[in-house]
Ligand binder design. Sequence first.
Ligand code: ADP
Ligand code: MG
Length: 369
Amino acid sequence: MSDSSTNQTPEVSIRQLRRTYGDAVALDSIDLDIQPGEVIAVLGASGCGKSTLLRLIGGLDQPTSGTIDIGGVRVNTPGFVMPAEKRPVNMVFQDYALWPHMTVNQIIRFGMRYRKIPKSDWAPRTKELLSLLELDGLGDRFPRQLSGGQQQRVAIARALATNPRLLLLDEPLSNLDSQLRLQMRDELAVILRQVGTTAMYVTHDLQEALTLGDRLIVMRHGKIEQMGTALDIFRRPATPWVAGLVGFSNRVQVEVERALDGRIQVRQGDRRLEISGDSNSVSSGDRMTMMMQPAALSLAEVDKCNSNCITAVVRDCHFEGLSWRLRCAAGDSLLTVHADRSVAPGEMVCIAVPPERARAYPSEAVAAA
Ligand code: ADP
Ligand code: MG
């Protein structure tokens, strides 16, 4: 697990962060550097510690041990925790937490007054933010007079108003319906890049994390399971658990024949396949489980079926609108693959496996994941 190395001073630097509640470990062994302007998406299932991590950085909670530096300043040491309002950080939550008795303008200005931004800046800054978040003309409305999407945009404008070094967003789109959520996701990605603020975006939604994050942190049971770019996570999951998370739902048992220079040659049934991977960590004879995303597979023409294919028998075939979804038996495995034609159950097919789109993990690690 490596962090991207640059020469810049990280905006946020976290070392060995831990938070326990009695015997329960909510967060453990967190090491993380966030570079200035970077948007980090924190992805993981409910209860894995995402909000705990954000609350510790924001100053809403105290770590059991470990350190957090923001902008080169240590915000927690033994016996000292810098209060939330002193940190150059703002948070946006799932429930927009807008004050019902204030207008949009008043809500956005509230933080500027609090953080002692000169009064002459309030009006132009408010106007600029309303425009950035496409809220022009809504400054005099109360929250109840706005749609859910508009309310969340006000919450984001309020958080940006004081030019925080770091913006923390905890599942900010979870309360929106799916159509609006998709639209806001794309808009938010543009806004965050436009503003250039360093941000941490917590979500349990894979697509949201892939769209919004320059880098992703995948969390599980309070720990970081993998850290990397969207492509790293989606194409090169480091563990079988991450592979499962990003849709590597097809599994086939294989045996390693040879491993050299990032290429692993495996035997599956009576066929030989090559896949890319860490050839140094495997040796011939190893029993591994090859995992693949259905969308990475295709049916090969039978006369071209000579390399990197799995032979299988079609079990069933369903039309899904854009394609047909086949489930095919290969040895003990049932593989899902999409095809541009209907195939009769019982027919023999060749499933092409692009070497760079399959991953192999030790079978015992897959069973334990
Ligand atoms: P996530 O945001 O990923 O859903 P959280 O960070 O909220 O997860 O919670 C991580 C773990 O810590 C969970 O198991 C949760 O039950 C536990 N936890 C969070 N806050 C408290 C608390 N105040 N007291 C006890 N346990 C807590
Ligand atoms: Mg949470």
